[in-house]
Design a protein around this ligand. Structure first.
Ligand code: NDP
Length: 274
């Protein structure tokens, strides 16, 4: 029997997840059906209850439901607990639902794919929303020299840095405080590109050896990355690879086999730039 999976969000029309998981299923010869489901804004839990009651095996959860999925899951992985958000639900053999968060692993895998060194490096995370929260622990696990947080609304960065305090050396840096030296890696976890804007990066943080990673992906170069290039960034990457890698991580959880991502990355990039 075909196993059913879905991605649930609102809106969900532009999701690339069905395309990605269909490609993974073909490649690994897994018999799955993966659909995009738009839940009403007030109807996440009822939509999910219906999906799992009808035999659903697992789900991806996207904006704006990741925190509701966190509250709703029966058990949580450590990384989901730390992130305070769930992007993957897995139906267990006893019928309970495990909540996981694969966003951070997706980011780290993509950075490794692009040979971006993290160990002993100075990393700056810009943004303090769900995406930033989800990547902090996986980045800390890479043993950076330091992990700085910056956000437009500084209080949110402060709260997030404090919440992760015991997990490693996270510090908050004020947006208007210049940096004495550029950092090695900037993770732009803001949605600034979607607003034709750029992230609030302190003066002096970007140098010719700095890699800037925008979690957003757009045709060509993202708005934020165009700005980072003008500031002299050595290298700019976008979040398309992260999207594919977090999906591969979810697929592996569900199916017990890890798909190859190279070809899927290429296909999505071609489609995005058409
Ligand atoms: P949230 O809405 O939770 O947080 C948005 C963040 O962006 C906040 O820190 C906010 O700052 C900041 N921000 C928004 N607009 C601007 C602006 N114009 N200038 C500066 N800062 C701004 O979103 P998420 O954390 O869930 O997601 C952030 C982005 O990451 C999204 O665009 C999402 O698409 C992307 N993403 C990509 C993934 C991938 O796989 N590639 C996975 C997950 C997310 P403030 O606190 O001041 O409001």
């Amino acid at each position: 029997m075909t196993d059913r999976y879905c991605v649930v969000g609102h809106p969900i029309g532009h999701s690339k997840s069905p395309q990605i998981h269909a490609a993974f299923a073909t490649q690994t010869q897994q018999d799955i059906d993966y659909q995009a489901i738009e839940a009403p804004l007030e109807g996440f839990v009822t939509t999910m209850q219906a999906f799992f009651a009808q035999g659903g095996c697992g789900a991806n959860v996207t904006v704006p439901f990741k925190q509701q999925a966190y509250d709703w899951a029966d058990t949580l992985t450590e990384r989901a607990r730390r992130a305070g958000a769930v992007n993957t639900l897995v139906k267990q053999s006893d019928g309970s639902l495990l909540g996981d968060n694969t966003d951070g692993a997706g980011l780290v895998t993509d950075l490794h794919y692009h040979h971006v060194a993290l160990r002993d490096k100075r990393i700056m995370v810009v943004g303090a929303g769900g995406a930033a929260r989800g990547v902090l622990l996986p980045l800390l696990e890479q043993a950076p020299a330091s992990l700085m947080m910056v956000n437009r609304t500084e209080q949110k960065a402060q709260q997030l840095a404090a919440a992760f305090g015991e997990a490693g050396p996270i510090t908050r840096h004020a947006v208007d405080k210049p940096m004495a030296a550029p950092v090695d890696v900037i993770i732009n976890a803001t949605s600034a590109s979607l607003h034709q804007s750029h992230p609030p990066v302190p003066h002096g943080a970007i140098g010719p050896a700095t890699t800037v990673y925008d979690m957003v992906y757009q045709a060509g170069c993202t708005t934020s990355n165009q700005w980072a290039q003008r500031q002299g960034a050595g290298r700019c990457l976008d979040g398309l690879g992260m999207l594919v890698e977090q999906a591969a991580e979810s697929f592996a959880l569900w199916r017990g086999c890890r798909p190859q991502t190279e070809r899927v990355r290429e296909q999505l990039r071609e489609a995005l730039n058409q």
